[in-house]
Write a protein that binds this ligand. Structure first.
Ligand code: AMP
Length: 287
């Protein structure tokens, strides 16, 4: 059994469990509020604070873990990044009060007080920018600190930017982009049996992540326009062509298409005379 540390609450937790469910590994809880759950035959889920995931994976308390890459980098622990899961996207930014004179992070004077729950990343960023700062450690809600005289600026996560705006703060720099990652214990991944199970898991998760950006499109098209149809829906290795028993005028063309191109693709197929167009979701895609 390999143990996977999951975040115990919030959007990150929900999205991670949903991804595993779609990969065929639904979490089986014995009771409400249980902090462990079964996850197929090979894995067991543990629910811990997102901040603690890198620690538990590095120490071997968990073999794998899911958490934001910002928290992995902040931990400074040696873990293997296995897969970018694509959700939990945000940026770690430097921000100051709207009326502050600085136009960039390197304009900030030496001794600037930065409130953050990312002291390691903040120190490293300002060291590279050549600005000696004082970190004011906070565990959350750092947006208020410049307004109450506790700090001159902040280093915090931003998703839409609306929290900064409503709190009268202005971004000076993006330090890093972050998203949820699957991470692994370095030693455990060196064991062949574990590495094989992790490899199968990564393949399954990747196939779900790949599929969610794709759709399966089916259309009846005039046989005479097949060359043009192939240009519109090249698919992975050319569209699949299926006979339609109408005496030879029509064939059905099937292909995987990009989800964000479905609208344009349908219009182009209709212009070629396509009929009976169907678009469906794909659960997994392993090319
Ligand atoms: P927003 O107003 O959308 O920019 O969100 C900013 C607030 O949400 C800040 O308080 C952040 O600390 C928090 N936040 C945004 N994205 C994330 C994330 N991916 N993980 C953890 N906290 C986040």
């Amino acid at each position: 059994m390999l143990r996977i540390a999951f975040p115990n609450k919030g959007r990150l937790s929900e999205d991670a469990l949903d991804l595993f469910r779609r990969a065929g590994l639904p979490a089986q809880f014995r009771a409400e509020r249980a902090l462990m759950a079964g996850l197929g035959e090979d894995f067991q889920a543990l629910f811990v604070r997102a901040q603690d995931v890198p620690e538990f994976v590095a120490d071997g308390a968990a073999d794998l873990g899911i958490t934001g890459s910002d928290l992995v980098w902040e931990s400074g622990r040696d873990v293997r990044e296995l897969l970018d899961l694509g959700f939990g996207k945000c940026r770690l930014v430097v921000a100051v009060k709207d009326e502050a004179p600085a136009a960039s992070a390197s304009d900030l004077p030496a001794g600037t007080r930065i409130a953050t729950s990312f002291p390691r990343i903040a120190q490293e960023f300002f060291r590279e920018a050549g600005v000696p700062i004082t970190v004011v450690p906070v565990s959350g809600a750092c947006e208020i600190t410049p307004h109450i005289g506790v700090a001159d600026g902040i280093v915090d996560l931003v998703s839409t930017g609306s929290t900064l705006r409503v709190n009268g703060l202005r971004e000076l720099a993006t330090i890093v982009h972050s998203s949820a990652r699957l991470i692994g214990n370095v030693e455990r991944l060196g064991e062949p049996e574990s590495a094989a199970k992790v490899g199968e898991l990564v393949t399954a998760l990747e196939s779900v992540l790949r599929a969610q950006k794709k759709r399966y499109l089916m259309a009846n098209v005039p046989r005479a326009r097949l060359d043009e149809v192939r240009e519109v829906i090249p698919g992975i290795s050319g569209p699949t062509i299926v006979e339609v028993l109408d005496g030879g005028t029509w064939v059905a063309a099937h292909a995987v298409v990009d989800a964000d191109q479905v609208y344009q693709t349908i219009n182009r197929l209709k212009a070629l005379g396509a009929e009976g167009i169907l678009v469906t979701g794909i659960e997994r895609l392993m090319p």
